[in-house]
Design a protein around this ligand. Structure first.
Ligand SMILES: [Cu+2]
Length: 159
């Protein structure tokens, strides 16, 4: 247990001002990991973190910072699924579970269902993306619905 506030390696301004996605991702993930580890306990373990409602506070802030990065002035290319990810645009799943690295082109759980090619193994089937509804939808991180219309927040973090 650390004393005081978490010591984030990057400021919000640094994250938002990153020019390219890979640089922004590394900073955002780093601060996200710091938040998980700072709180610790259930949230510090990837297998149990989403059993703790406070995890949604961490991830809501990740979403806010990501959307703010996307919506920076004169960066409309960050709303283009073919351009936003830069050098990571064509990455796929590498390695094997549970040590696999998920790529931009990896199918996204839970929407893809458990049988999607390249989907993570040992994911529990979850309705409606499983029988009897079978509403599986194969999407990856370049899906226009996930990139082109980020949420607008009532807080603006300026760079
Ligand atoms: Cu997290």
């Amino acid at each position: 247990m650390m004393d005081g506030a978490p010591r984030f390696r990057y400021t919000e301004a640094q994250i938002i001002q990153a020019e390219e996605y890979p640089d922004m991702r590394v900073m955002l993930e780093g601060n996200h990991n710091t938040a998980h580890n700072y709180i610790g306990g259930t949230i510090g373990d990837p297998h149990t973190s989403f059993r703790d409602p406070f995890v949604f506070l961490i991830h809501s802030n990740v979403d806010r910072l990501y959307a703010t990065w996307q919506l920076q002035p004169e960066k409309e290319w960050r709303l283009d699924p073919d351009r936003i990810y830069g050098s990571e645009s064509d990455t796929a799943t590498t390695g094997t579970y549970p040590e696999a690295h998920i790529g931009i082109l990896s199918p996204l759980e839970l929407w893809a269902g458990v049988d999607a090619p390249g989907a993570e193994e040992s994911v529990v089937e979850t309705r409606p993306w499983a029988p009897p509804e079978n509403q599986q939808a194969i999407k990856n991180s370049r899906d226009k619905s996930l990139v082109s219309n980020p949420p607008r927040y009532d807080t603006t973090v300026s760079g």
